[in-house]
Design a protein around this ligand. Structure first.
Ligand code: NAD
Ligand code: UD2
Length: 309
């Protein structure tokens, strides 16, 4: 019998490629649809015959339908993950970040595929709940095209759930980090930027006083949850925050990097970024109720793995 693959849109990217590795290790066949805009072939185990890469765009409805054919489930992770890119070009990023979701929903309907994981973001809360543990019922305040596209995608997935029986598992990721996260833009994840610069002996710029906090989740821990959501017999509706309910300041992050390197990196302080959120932390009660969350990888260990130590 031919094994039905799990489709991962954006599977050549940071999170998607770790999910592909985990699914292959569990014996699933995997099909990746990715336009390689930020994703890379080298992130994928392409010599594995159970892995297939389709190079193309989720904005192309016909291609998404072809990629969906014969799949047993979908992880829809493809998006322009840079908020700044959505601010600079809302029309172009809308094609990936919203039309892509709609195309996935329609293709699922056409091919009778039910289960879909969706990578939403803490960005849907905007600055609401700042300084508190943000739960899923916190009022939404999408402040950028990126956040608006994520929230609209969530609503459309819920429409397809009610109308067409789709089984969406919507996750609002807080700050995910780990190997393969692209450090090349000034708006890349702070951990990828800091570790890359520290390893190259370059100075690090902290915007603000370094006391701002984030809820950092190691990518391997996130992926264990995504795998459960793909394999579960039954899913409860409603979005789930993915965070540790743990606040880590940039200063604590720098200390962890210094410990792994054996010396403190050189740090410059600059003006805080306009609109920067000071504290972001997830109430993760729903995550812990619905999924078996692993013992969280400690920041220092995650940073060490990222730096290949
Ligand atoms: P990433 O840029 O590494 O991955 C995104 C992937 O999607 C890339 O491989 C890219 O080439 C692909 N892609 C982009 N537009 C596409 C298109 N139109 N058609 C096909 N493929 C396309 O980023 P990531 O951090 O792995 O993000 C994965 C998902 O998680 C994204 O949806 C992102 O918005 C979401 N997310 C990430 C974080 C985080 O902390 N990294 C936080 C919240 C949400
Ligand atoms: C995350 C998302 C962003 C958006 C936002 C919504 C990532 C990479 N960013 O932004 O897309 O969803 O959440 O809340 O997932 N910083 C420095 N120096 C640097 C880079 C960053 O000091 O070189 C600071 C930055 O000003 C911020 C903190 O580090 O205070 C974290 O920055 P980030 O971009 O990694 O994450 P965040 O939560 O601001």
């Amino acid at each position: 019998m031919v094994d039905s693959p799990i489709l991962i849109t954006g599977g050549a990217g940071f999170i998607g490629s770790h999910l592909a590795d985990a699914l292959l290790a569990r014996g699933h066949a995997v099909r990746v649809l990715d336009n390689l805009s930020t994703g890379k072939r080298s992130n994928l185990a392409l010599t594995n015959p159970r892995l297939e890469l389709i190079e193309g765009d989720v904005a192309d409805a016909a291609l998404v339908a072809r990629a969906m054919s014969g799949c047993k489930a979908v992880a829809h992770l493809a998006a322009v993950a840079s908020v700044q890119a959505s601010v600079d070009d809302p029309v172009a990023t809308h094609q990936s970040n919203f039309i892509g979701t709609l195309n996935v929903c329609e293709a699922m309907r056409e091919h009778g595929v039910k289960r879909v994981i969706f990578a939403s973001s803490a960005a849907v809360y905007g600055q609401n709940g700042e300084g508190m543990a943000i739960d899923e019922d916190t009022p939404k305040a999408p402040l950028t095209p990126y956040a608006a596209d994520k929230l609209a995608s969530e609503h459309y997935l819920d429409f397809y759930r009610r109308q067409h029986g789709l089984e969406p598992a919507v996750f609002r990721f807080f700050n995910i980090f780990g190997p393969r996260q692209d450090p090349s833009s000034p708006y890349s994840g702070v951990i990828s930027i800091f570790t890359e610069r520290a390893q190259a002996g370059l100075p690090i710029t902290v915007f603000g006083d370094g006391e701002q906090t984030r809820d950092f989740v190691y990518v391997g821990d996130l992926v264990q949850v995504l795998v459960q959501a793909l394999e579960a017999d039954w899913l409860e509706a409603g979005p789930v925050n993915v965070g540790l309910n743990r606040a880590t300041s940039l200063k604590q992050l720098l200390t962890a990097i210094g410990e792994v390197l054996g010396e403190m990196p050189t740090v410059n302080y600059a003006e805080a970024r306009a609109g920067d959120i000071r504290h972001s932390r997830a109430n993760n009660a729903r995550l812990l109720l619905r999924y078996e969350f692993p013992v969280a990888t400690p920041l220092r260990e995650g940073v060490a793995r990222l730096m290949g130590r």
